[in-house]
Design a protein around this ligand. Structure first.
Ligand code: AMP
Length: 421
């Protein structure tokens, strides 16, 4: 088969890496890809939002399957464009990707179908939001309705902060139209867990759980980022939590989407808060998480192309999804200063140390090739993943592997995978 992956980050590198192990994959393309991906796939210089050019490419090159990585093209309807042209594609249609594309939609869905989530109100204008905030309890959470690069969530400790937040989102439009509508939500406390799943419209099969480290600095300090690392399995995702979520969250979400005429095919990512009163959904994503994918796929035993096809064909019930017993830890190597100001274009050395390893992997997030050298080209640069028999061993192996590569403004957290916090 000829397979095209759309996207250019660490998630797409992990996807390409996993697809390359498939018996079915003869040739892989990636649009636009990055320096690491180009070792496994032919990179094509087409942007993820240029749907017609991507579909033209798929038609001209007789692509058998296209896999969409990022949220923006999914939410904007890339799958519908491919399907209209008779092209086989993995991912939810626009009417289902709204599960991620609109937080107001997903909250209303959860309320209607009684799926546990934080109490909330939706506002379409700043005046009503502010008057609600006058008598609300604090802390409180404000969320831009639409996609905001993972940055549209504000946790406000005081009324003053919250009013300022409403102005930022709705009046100053910090995230453009994404903040025209906002969700104001009860603040939840607990440990967070990320759970990825494959869905074929009716059946849901869960991948391994993961824990994400979103803050830039050790001890969960500093600004929110796209993610500074991960561990899988999530140490707090117990059997009881799993049973609760299977009963009250996962299948109910798939059934709710189907009942709304929004059949979901693809990956649903459940962002959960494990509260004292049980697990609650913080958010849904309609795609693989980044960097969760970098810890989950190395543990997956199945041929991923078989699973993609089963989701498209509605035969996921016949797939026995299997994950290795080992733990995986991913440490993100970022450019110092991320997520604020940082420099790019630094030469990366030592990447050859990962050649032919099957215990540790280097997934490229923000890199490019220039004059035969590999340079940093983003805030998050590389994701270093390692496996281990125990979480401690995986963590040790991952941090050892971070030493294999060097670039001048290399920055990482040092507490990824520590279980005592
Ligand atoms: P989201 O994009 O909705 O997952 O939010 C991003 C992050 O904000 C989450 O991973 C949580 O750390 C935090 N967050 C979101 N909603 C809440 C909430 N209701 N209570 C506490 N923290 C939250």
């Amino acid at each position: 088969m000829k397979i095209l992956v759309v996207g250019s980050g660490g998630r797409e590198h992990a996807l390409v890496w996993k697809i390359a192990q498939s018996k079915k994959a003869d040739k892989i393309y990636c649009a636009p890809g990055n320096a690491g991906i180009s070792e496994l796939a032919e990179c094509v210089d087409i942007k993820a939002m240029d749907f017609q050019a991507l579909a033209d490419f798929a038609e001209k090159n007789a692509i058998d399957l296209t896999v969409i990585g990022p949220d923006d093209p999914l939410v904007a309807g890339i799958v519908d464009v491919f399907e209209e042209r008779g092209l086989r594609v993995f991912g939810p249609r626009k009417n289902a990707a709204i599960l991620e594309g609109s937080k107001a939609f997903s909250k209303d869905l959860m309320k209607k179908y009684d799926i546990p989530t934080a109490a909330y109100e939706v506002f379409n204008n700043a005046k009503d939001a502010i008057s609600y905030l006058e008598t609300a309890d604090y802390p409180i959470v404000l969320k831009a309705d639409g996609l905001a690069l993972g940055k549209g969530v504000l946790i406000c400790n005081t009324k003053e902060d919250a009013i300022e937040g409403v102005k930022e989102l709705m009046t100053d439009k910090a995230f453009g139209n994404a903040g025209d509508t906002i969700v104001v939500e009860e603040f939840l406390t607990g440990k967070e867990a990320s759970v990825l799943s494959f869905v074929d419209g009716k059946t849901i099969k869960l991948m391994a759980s993961a824990r994400d480290y979103k803050r830039a600095k050790d001890n969960d300090e500093g600004l929110n980022t796209g993610g500074m690392g991960n561990i899988s399995p999530n140490p707090y995702y117990t059997k009881e939590v799993d049973e609760f979520c299977k009963k009250y969250i996962y299948q109910k979400t798939v059934d709710a989407m189907a009942a709304e005429g929004r059949e979901f095919k693809g990956v649903i990512f459940f962002g959960l808060m494990l509260t004292e009163k049980g697990p609650k959904v913080l958010e849904f994503n309609a795609r693989f998480g980044d960097p969760e994918t970098q810890v989950v796929l190395p543990r997956m035993e199945n041929d991923i192309v078989d699973v993609f096809e089963a989701c498209i064909d509605g035969t996921l019930d016949s797939v026995d999804l299997k994950f290795r017993d080992e733990a995986a830890v991913c440490v993100i190597l970022a450019s110092d200063g991320y997520p604020e100001k940082y420099e790019k274009g630094k030469e990366i050395t030592g990447l050859e140390n990962f050649a032919d390893r099957n215990d540790c992997f280097c997934f490229h997030a923000g890199t490019k090739i220039s004059d035969g050298k590999i340079l940093t080209n983003g805030g998050r640069v590389l994701g270093i993943t390692a496996l281990g028999k125990t979480p401690e061993e995986a963590r040790e192996n991952a941090y050892k592997a971070t030493e294999y590569v060097a670039f001048s403004n290399k920055y990482m957290r040092h507490d990824i995978g520590l279980t005592n916090r």
